[in-house]
Design a protein around this ligand. Structure first.
Ligand SMILES: Cc1cc2nc3c(=O)[nH]c(=O)nc-3n(C[C@H](O)[C@H](O)[C@H](O)COP(=O)(O)O)c2cc1C
Length: 448
């Protein structure tokens, strides 16, 4: 991966040319810090927060990482106060989107902060550079969330690179793995910005219903539309086709207030606030209601989203040189474990996982023959040798736990006369295994 380090990486202070897109409310401190910690660039999305909340988000992210991260502001909204907070908090990087960057740029530059601006076509890129922005983000039409232009990433990026040379360009839209990052660099971009892929990161503030929809979806399930315009009118976006979109399209895509189900409350948030059918909001954790009817933003790269993974797994794709091992006692992310159950005794013996683990451990100068397993129940980690039988304190009360196979869950539930909750991860895991694929459960590893 050293070869993939670009001049822009040096300028941003990051190891990898991978930037987590500011995916609205899903981009909270945990996601941002995880990406930055892994050597990429995390970006908070602050537009819809109050100045106090924004300050708290920035400070919380700083508690989680000492690495550089940035914040994003959408210029279609009043963001002056939020910009003041970002500058007072001395964020090194600000990104803007959807509007003329000139007025904000003056303030950003005066503070000595780096300014990224997202564009959807070549003319807008040239205008941004004339306004003084330091980095242009070229967003292709296949992108998830709000989509600025109508040209695809493949055609847009090289055209923008040529038009704004020598100003560095990032590519956004349709990129979800190392192949996409390499392609973006081949097109002349100096980094790739990934949004949809990170929506399914463990650390993203997305509701499980939304994540499962992302995992199940393919590119044709995404629609470039203006359907979810409550709160942000006249802003085309790409989202998954769901009941709201289907009913609206079937009715001939009428305008407000004539849309089917207009005014329906489809979800309620943790503070009891109602959310309506055509709002521009995605399902967030702790919401309840018909969450699948909300705006399920997703780009065409959803084709490549098959799993909920820790963010560093995405950021590290293709990375050969890793940073030193985490400090003892700190929870870090490793390839997830598959532990087979024999009457509540779990055996580390899955050969495919062993190969993944060995590679991962060797890169960190660890003993590849020892695996550390961490259970939610104990919060502790347990060392074991491959093939060794380890007793994990996973389920004394019969609750389904991370790291326990479906058979064990069902047996424990039967034994304790409790209903068996089918963890979607476990069900998916079983399906993939039956297809002969490598599947891993979402068990986290800790260092002892
Ligand atoms: C759920 C979601 C929310 C988004 N919110 C923002 C935002 O607040 N500000 C912004 O500049 N871009 C936003 N975007 C666009 C991303 O910055 C980026 O351009 C896009 O995700 C890249 O395409 P991809 O989703 O195919 O990776 C959002 C995208 C998604 C999927």
């Amino acid at each position: 991966m050293r070869r993939l380090r670009t001049a822009l990486c040096d300028r941003l202070g990051i190891d990898l040319p991978i930037v987590q897109a500011p995916v609205g409310s899903a981009a909270g401190p945990e996601l941002v810090a995880a990406v930055s910690e892994a050597g990429g660039l995390g970006m908070l999305a602050l537009t819809w927060q109050s100045p106090d909340q924004a300050r708290h988000s920035i400070r919380r992210t700083r508690e989680l990482t000492t690495r550089p991260f940035g914040a994003n502001l959408v210029l279609d909204f009043p963001v002056d106060d939020l910009l003041t907070v970002c500058l007072e908090e001395k964020l090194p990087i600000i990104s803007t989107f959807w509007g003329d960057p000139t007025p904000t740029h003056a303030r950003i530059h005066q503070a000595g902060t780096l300014h990224l601006h997202t564009v959807g076509d070549v003319d807008e890129a040239v205008r941004a550079v004339n306004a003084g922005v330091d980095v242009v983000v070229a967003q292709g039409w296949e992108a998830g969330g709000h989509v600025r232009g109508s040209t695809t990433t493949m055609a847009l990026v090289p055209a923008v690179v040529d038009a704004v040379d020598p100003v560095p360009v990032m590519a956004a839209g349709g990129i979800a793995d190392g192949r996409g990052v390499a392609a973006a660099l081949a097109l002349g971009a100096q980094a790739a910005m990934l949004g949809t892929r990170f929506l399914a990161a463990t650390e993203a503030a997305t509701h499980e219903v939304y994540r499962q929809r992302l995992i199940a979806a393919t590119s044709p399930d995404t629609v470039h539309t203006t359907c979810f315009d409550g709160g942000w009118p006249n802003a085309p976006h790409r989202a998954l086709r769901n009941t709201t979109l289907q009913r609206w399209q079937a009715a001939g895509s009428p305008t407000a207030p004539l849309r089917p189900g207009e005014g329906d409350v489809v979800a309620v948030n943790a503070s009891g606030k109602d959310h309506h059918r055509y709002e521009d909001l995605m399902p967030l954790p702790a919401m309840t209601g018909d969450l699948a009817a909300m705006a399920l933003y997703a780009g065409q790269s959803v084709n490549l989203v098959h799993d909920v993974l820790p963010a560093p797994r995405h950021s590290r794709s293709g990375r050969r040189h890793h940073r030193p091992a985490a400090k003892p006692g700190v929870v870090t992310h490793a390839p997830s474990a598959v532990l087979f159950d024999v009457d509540g005794v779990l055996v580390n013996s899955y050969p495919a996982y062993r190969r993944i683990w060995s590679r991962w451990a060797t890169l960190r100068h660890l003993d590849p023959d020892v695996v550390w397993s961490h259970t939610q129940a104990s919060g502790r980690s347990t060392p074991s040798r491959w093939g060794q039988r380890v007793r994990l304190d996973s389920s004394p009360r019969g609750d389904p736990k991370e790291g326990v196979g479906l058979a064990t869950q069902q047996r424990l539930c039967r034994r304790n006369a409790r209903p068996c909750v089918k963890d979607p991860d476990v069900v998916r895991h079983r399906r993939l295994r039956s297809q002969g694929s490598i599947s891993v459960l979402n068990t986290r590893m800790t260092w002892a």
